[in-house]
Design a protein around this ligand. Structure first.
Ligand code: ADP
Length: 206
């Protein structure tokens, strides 16, 4: 098994690249999906969130109102930290469980850890490869406005609340430049997938 991290800035094309990697045969471990799973009613993070944020953040069915919680933390860095302190360890632990299962059942897998905050959360540490999907900020604003129907001011606010894409670019061991066509990005992605496959084969030989 070989594990590579995949990240980018908001609307830089991470989901697009993740889809291409999946098509190529990679096993995708999606941190957003895991994060949604660990806060579901009955999961360990649920109770901790209710203890800290109160039951007013619950929907009538008892699930956490993620959109309300998102609004709260977007405007309050301390609350954001408090939430991260609850959710991150649960995501780490669930992530480790899934990796162990893949290792057991698919030892030849190329595993892609698809994590929006890979670098910010420190999950990049120990990974052999960090794939960053990059576009310049000016294009990031355009694509984000288009995808989420946002005004320029709102798009800028979202982008401004994240680590700058240029910083993430510096941390890449493998870079995918998604400023061109989708076809161009697909080709870059397949090249990287083959490289990862070769690297896994080499590990097996050595
Ligand atoms: P992320 O997952 O990083 O937030 P997405 O993969 O959702 O980003 O891409 C952001 C938006 O840009 C989406 O609407 C997507 O369809 C579009 N997009 C992605 N790559 C390209 C590209 N190479 N050319 C044009 N549009 C693109």
């Amino acid at each position: 098994m070989l594990i590579a991290g995949l990240t980018g800035g908001i609307a830089s094309g991470k989901s697009t690249v993740s889809g291409f990697l999946k098509e190529a045969g990679a096993v995708i471990v999606d941190a957003d999906k895991i994060a949604r799973h660990v806060v579901q009613k009955g999961q360990p993070a649920w109770q901790k969130i209710v203890d800290v944020f109160g039951s007013s953040i619950l929907l009538p069915d008892g699930e956490i109102d993620r959109s309300l919680l998102g609004d709260i933390i977007f405007h309050d860095p301390e609350q954001k930290q408090a939430l991260n302190r609850i959710v991150h360890p649960e995501v780490f632990s669930e992530n480790a469980t899934r990796l162990r299962e893949i290792e057991k059942n698919q030892p030849d897998a190329i595993v892609i850890l698809d994590v929006p905050l890979l670098i910010e959360s420190g999950m990049d540490v120990g990974l052999s490869e960090i794939i960053v999907v990059y576009i310049p900020e000016s294009l990031q604003i355009q694509r984000l406005m288009h995808r989420d129907a946002l005004t320029p001011a709102r798009a800028l606010a979202r982008i401004g609340s994240q680590m700058p894409i240029e910083e993430k670019k510096k941390r890449a061991t493998l870079l995918i430049d998604n400023s061109g066509s989708l076809e161009d990005t697909r080709k870059q992605t397949l090249r990287i997938y083959r490289l990862l496959k070769d690297s896994l084969t080499q590990q097996g030989i050595s």
